[in-house]
Design a protein around this ligand. Structure first.
Ligand code: ZN
Ligand code: ZN
Length: 178
């Protein structure tokens, strides 16, 4: 029976942000890539990514296109010769180089009726709040960082969906990941 690989994937530069992901040994790096993109709010339609064993770009397993193609896409998880405790890396977007630490925590038996790959746990969110709502005495979780205002003011300008639409409609903004 196919084994299930349990990985912890964490952003290298924001280690508090992690997801625990289960994937079967006969699934492909393209499947793993897709789930990581989804779990970390990366684009699923743009930018290349790659898993690697050493220090990127050394030891790479081959690039993966967002459409599931690429030289590394078809490699199976059980072909990477990983044992429990082994670490590898994942880079999303060769331009911005968003690096992730990927640790194989354990290898377990599959559960009946479960679809893999899947996210089974994630960090506890440390929410931040919309500054415009706060000024009005309301506590609303911020969903966006306005990049334009942040650069202009030299601090992070955090906003909820409504406030972004009302006052920063034409500004370039990034979604905040918790
Ligand atoms: Zn608001
Ligand atoms: Zn703005």
């Amino acid at each position: 029976m196919e084994k299930v690989y349990v990985f912890k994937v964490a952003l290298k530069h924001r280690r508090g942000l992690w997801r625990r992901i289960e994937i079967k040994g006969n699934q492909r790096l393209a499947d793993f890539d897709w789930l990581i993109r989804d779990a970390f709010n990366h684009d699923t339609f743009d930018h290349l990514s790659e898993f690697f064993k050493e220090r990127w770009p050394r030891g790479g397993f081959g690039e993966i296109d967002p459409d599931g193609g690429g030289s590394g896409a078809k490699k199976r998880i059980d072909q990477l010769s990983l044992s429990e405790g082994d670490k590898m890396g994942y880079v999303y977007d060769f331009g911005d180089e968003i690096l992730h630490n990927v640790t194989l925590e354990k290898i377990v038996q599959p559960e009946k009726g479960v679809e893999y790959p899947r996210v089974i746990a994630e960090n506890k969110p440390r929410y931040r709040y919309c500054e415009r709502c706060q000024e009005q005495g309301k506590k609303t979780i911020a969903a966006w960082i306005c990049i334009e205002c942040s650069e202009e003011e030299g601090r992070e300008v955090l906003l909820c969906e409504d406030c972004l639409e009302e006052e920063h409609e034409d500004h370039y903004a990034d979604e905040i990941l918790y």
